[in-house]
Each structure stands twice: as structure tokens, then as C-alpha cells.
Design a protein around this ligand. Structure first.
Ligand SMILES: [Zn+2]
Ligand SMILES: [Zn+2]
Length: 377
């Protein structure tokens, strides 16, 4: 295994105090957290390295061991903790420690990060469950706490998960004596297989529970409270650790992923963290210049100064009037992009027609001259 200088990883000196280590860890974890760097594998690796270093350096005993001989610590040291036990446990534990770093999402889940998706577990982890939640435009914009129904397998309420009818209990399997395995002699080798009578459980149910038919589990729908961060976009995945299906034999529960489905707005179109809005402008306003109002997502208006001679399709950027950013980097909000949509009158009154005819005479222009000049060259 590669040996890194854990002090360098955490950007502290060898003699750093526990407090300094903790502060540096929090700062780096924030910076390299997958939420802040979506799709950046370098940042994700860095994040994992930071967690691992912190796991060791924040523990005075482990830190001393590391100071005395880093090589040995990484080599034989982990073996006693079982396959992957040391670092795997650390990943998980430190990840939950991080919840307070991300105030907005911390309590109820964080935006989908891959950092913990490939951890190995000793006991089978419960299934990850994905559900979608429909949001109105303003709910997504302002953030909302909502409930989602999560289909989950739960221990049967009637038999308490044993599978035996209430008042009875499972009996030790007579065939395997509760071991759950059978041995068969195959020449030199004794082959161990799951017991054919109890299927490896070691116990049998004589009178199955009528509610779960002996399975010990029922399918139910659990209501889970989810906080959708302000600025959520369509198709965003919010991860809520430990709220998926229950794990077996003491294994951890799976994660819940909530995918947002945001209702389309008839006027504001989302583009990244920006909103785009088409605003009609009369051809006179476009020609003379004007001060106009444009609607702002979430209510209110913004004022815009159009210069004289504004062309159709011209875009103006109103900084900070877009969606709140769900990632904690850069400015707080995206921009509002106002696109000018020049409106030409469909009908003219007699006097208006006369004015325009006079204007036409005055300008005496051929707007296509330039086009045809370029065709010819
Ligand atoms: Zn039952
Ligand atoms: Zn058996």
C-alpha cells in the first residue's frame, strides 16, 4: 500500500494540536467534498484521503502508532481488524461526522456523493431505494421539506420478524441441530452445504405467521421527511444515508435516493443555475432605447436599461437573480438572462402608417444591400 504523509494530506505540521488537525480537516473536507466537486474524481480521491488521514491523526493512540512507524501501521496493523474493517468503518463514520459541515443538507441527507457508494461491508447492507418527488417551481426554487413514501421491507409487526405465528416460536432445526449446514463426505473432502430442511437458517417454523406467511418481513411504505435544498433542479438526486431498506444480520441500512421532478415554468426556463426569460419589447422601444421591467423568478421584477438600437434576441444578464446554488461554491445565486423579443405591430392605425411611411422615406435605406454584396464577393 502506498504510504502518504498524513500530515501533508491534512496540511498541518507534525506537531499540530488536535484542535488544529480538526480545523484543517473540516476546511479540507468542505473543499473537496463530492457535493462541491461533482464529477471530479481527483477531488473525490482527495476527499477519501483526507478522511483516512483524519481517522488516524484525530485518534491519539493511532497517531502515536503512526508517528512511530507508518509503514508497519499500514501493513500488518489493519489485518487484525478484519477484511477492510479499518478503513471501511472509518469512511462511514467520518462521513456522518461531516453532516454538520453542510448545514443545509446535513440533517436529512446530502446531495448525492459517490464517496461512500463503493464501500465494502461485512454484513449485507440493505437495499438502496430510489424514489422521485414532484416539486412545484417555487418549491424547487425556495427549497421545501416534504414527505415521500418509501417502499421498504420491514420486520413483520405480527410475529416480530420470526415468521412464526404469534404465540408460537421457531424451533431448532432437527436435521442440522441449528447449525444451518450439513456435511457430506466426498472422498477426501467433507463438503459443507446449506441444510436442506431449514435452508441454512438453523430453525424451522411449524405454524407460519398468517400475515407474512412465514417470511418474517412485510412490504410496507414508510414516510420519510426529505429536505429539498433551495435551487433544486429537475433530476437532482438527494441522498439520505440509512433510510433505504433495512440491512440483514445487523448490517447497515441501505440509502434512500430522492430524485427531484420539477414542474416546468411557462415563462422561466432553467439553464444550469441561471434562468432565461423572453421579454417582449416593442420595435420602437428597441430602436429608441427604453427602461423596461422584467419578471423575476420567485416574484417581483428587475429593471433593465435597453440601449437605443437593441437587436432582437439580444440577451442581458441580471447578476444574482437566478436560482440559489445547491453547491456551496461560487456566488450564492445564478443569473437571470433576459432575452429581448422584439414585437412588430400586426395592425397600424392610419396616422401610425403615415408616420412610418415618412420614416421610411427619411431613411431611404436598403437593409439587404450588405447581404447581397457578400453573396456577390
Ligand atoms: Zn409475520
Ligand atoms: Zn437445518
Amino acid at each position: 500500500m502506498e504510504t502518504k504523509d498524513l500530515y501533508k494530506v491534512l496540511e498541518v505540521s507534525k506537531g499540530a494540536s488536535q484542535d488544529e488537525i480538526r480545523r484543517s480537516y473540516r476546511r479540507l473536507a468542505r473543499k473537496y467534498h463530492p457535493d462541491a466537486n461533482p464529477g471530479d474524481e481527483g477531488a473525490e480521491d482527495r476527499f477519501k484521503g483526507i478522511q483516512q488521514a483524519y481517522e488516524i491523526l484525530s485518534n491519539p493512540e493511532k497517531r502515536r502508532e503512526y508517528d512511530e512507524g507508518p509503514r508497519q501501521f499500514f501493513g500488518a496493523g489493519n489485518a487484525g481488524q478484519g477484511a477492510g474493517g479499518g478503513t471501511t468503518g472509518a469512511d462511514f463514520q467520518n462521513f456522518s461526522d461531516l453532516s454538520d459541515l453542510f448545514g443545509g443538507f446535513g440533517n436529512l441527507g446530502d446531495v448525492f456523493g459517490q464517496a461512500t457508494s463503493n464501500r465494502r461491508q461485512a454484513s449485507p447492507k440493505g437495499e438502496d431505494v430510489t424514489v422521485s418527488v414532484k416539486l412545484k417551481f417555487t418549491e424547487a426554487l425556495e427549497g421545501v421539506t416534504t414527505r415521500v413514501g418509501v417502499p421498504v421491507e420491514e420486520a413483520c409487526g405480527d410475529c416480530g420478524g420470526s415468521g412464526a405465528a404469534p404465540g408460537t416460536s421457531p424451533r431448532t432445526c432437527p436435521q442440522c441441530g441449528g447449525r444451518g449446514t450439513q456435511s457430506r463426505d466426498q472422498g477426501l473432502f467433507a463438503l459443507s452445504t446449506a441444510c436442506s430442511r431449514c435452508g441454512g437458517r438453523g430453525s424451522i417454523v411449524e405454524t407460519p405467521c398468517s400475515r407474512c406467511r412465514g417470511a418474517g418481513k412485510t412490504r410496507g411504505v414508510r414516510q420519510v421527511k426529505v429536505r429539498i435544498p433551495a435551487g433544486a433542479r429537475d433530476g437532482m438526486k438527494v441522498r439520505i444515508p440509512g433510510r433505504g431498506g433495512g440491512g440483514r444480520s445487523g448490517g447497515p441500512a441501505g440509502d434512500l435516493f430522492v430524485v427531484t421532478r420539477v414542474e416546468e415554468h411557462p415563462v422561466f426556463k432553467r439553464k444550469g443555475d441561471d434562468f432565461v426569460v423572453s421579454v417582449p419589447v416593442s420595435f420602437v422601444e428597441a430602436a429608441l432605447g427604453a427602461e423596461i421591467e422584467a419578471p423575476r423568478p420567485g416574484g417581483g421584477t428587475v429593471r433593465l436599461k435597453l440601449p437605443a438600437g437593441t437587436q432582437n434576441g439580444k440577451q442581458f444578464k441580471v447578476r444574482g437573480a437566478g436560482a440559489p446554488r445547491t453547491r456551496k461554491s461560487g456566488p450564492e445565486r445564478g443569473d437571470l438572462i433576459v432575452r429581448v423579443d422584439v414585437v412588430v405591430p400586426k395592425k397600424l392605425k392610419r396616422r401610425e402608417r403615415e408616420i412610418l411611411e415618412a420614416l421610411s422615406e427619411e431613411r431611404d435605406e436598403n437593409v439587404r444591400a450588405e447581404l447581397f454584396r457578400r453573396v456577390g464577393s
